[in-house]
Design a protein around this ligand. Structure first.
Ligand code: FES
Length: 110
């Protein structure tokens, strides 16, 4: 299907993240250093909603067990932990984003 509109730039005037749905996928759209990025909202560890976590300095922290992901690439930066047990770090899925005429588009097929 290629790029599809999911949001508008003006929606990011007061926030740096937004949860969008494309087909059956939930995607976390973020604004980091003035650019826009998209990753799967579903934490690769146990499916926590990354939208409900925090976004600081381009790092998303899962609210469930604290795994950290690069908002730009989805790369895993910090392992999930339950009590003192650390789990395997996995990378999150990221999607290409482009901006046209104030609209934010993402491509979930590539
Ligand atoms: S579900 Fe995200 S860290 Fe466990």
């Amino acid at each position: 299907m290629g790029f599809q509109k999911v949001a508008e730039i003006k929606e990011f005037e007061k926030t740096e993240k937004k949860l969008v749905e494309v087909g059956d996928k939930k995607i976390l759209l973020t604004k980091v250093d003035g650019a826009y990025y998209a990753v799967s909202n579903k934490c690769p560890h146990m499916g926590g909603s990354l939208f409900k976590g925090s976004l600081e300095d381009g790092v998303i922290t899962c609210p469930r067990h604290g795994a950290k992901y690069d908002a730009k690439t989805g790369k895993g930066l910090g392992k999930p932990k339950i009590l003192f047990i650390e789990f395997k770090m996995e990378n999150n899925r990221s999607y290409p984003v482009k901006v046209e005429d104030g609209k934010i588009l993402i491509d979930i097929d590539s």
